[in-house]
Design a protein around this ligand. Structure first.
Ligand SMILES: [Zn+2]
Length: 110
């Protein structure tokens, strides 16, 4: 089974990913991402673009023969990102929209 990734997903491997755009507005092409990178949004088809692993390859800094520190740094970054996600308020965007569109007299229970 081929794993398909969308914009906003986190790259599980460093390597080359095959990119397929919605309505094929662009020819499929390859892009390189590092482990922990966020898959990008397409400027034309936005989040309708998808990514599949073409070639999985360890970044040279992740290969223990070259560096052990980089992998630990990326793991720490991922852990921080995950903690921030877990501690984030899932209704923050909703609240900001309500605050923007709700008449001021109805805010804060007044
Ligand atoms: Zn596109």
């Amino acid at each position: 089974m081929i794993d398909v990734f969308r914009p906003g997903n986190i790259a599980p491997h460093s390597g080359v990913y095959k990119v397929t755009h919605a309505q094929h507005h662009a020819e499929p092409h390859d892009v390189t991402l590092l482990f922990g990178d966020t898959f990008p949004v397409c400027l034309t088809c936005s989040k309708q673009v998808q990514f599949e692993v073409a070639i999985s390859a360890a970044h040279r800094e992740c290969a223990s023969a070259f560096s052990a520190g980089y992998l630990k740094m990326r793991q720490a970054q991922f852990r921080e990102w995950l903690l921030a996600l877990l501690n984030s308020d899932p209704f923050a965007k909703f609240k900001s929209l309500v605050a923007r569109y709700l008449p001021s007299g109805l805010r804060h229970g007044s």
